[in-house]
Design a protein around this ligand. Structure first.
Ligand code: ZN
Length: 89
């Protein structure tokens, strides 16, 4: 699983605010030591292993640490009432 969804709060009007984080393109400069700029072309962070293995922060595709990948945060508000029919009194 690469998406982590955390429910931050639940308000009285039955809406949820969820926060998710995606890790996108790898931005590690592989040519820094020769004064150039080259990335490995990895498009999205994919965890190499579970949290317990210690490889959860290593990209399976390019082998770079997750910190090299562009972080994308977003939150969304989900209304519970939109799931349920309006049969409530
Ligand atoms: Zn990489």
């Amino acid at each position: 699983m690469r998406n982590k969804k955390v429910i931050l709060m639940r308000s009285a009007d039955n809406t949820f605010q969820t926060k998710s984080t995606n890790y996108r393109e790898c931005q590690k400069n592989h040519a820094a030591n020769i004064g150039g700029y080259a990335v490995d072309g990895c498009r999205e962070f994919i965890s190499s292993g579970g949290e317990s293995t210690g490889r959860a922060l290593v990209c399976a595709a390019c082998g770079c640490h997750r910190n090299f990948h562009r972080k994308e945060d977003y939150s969304e508000v989900v209304s519970e009432s939109s799931y349920t029919s309006s049969t409530r009194e």
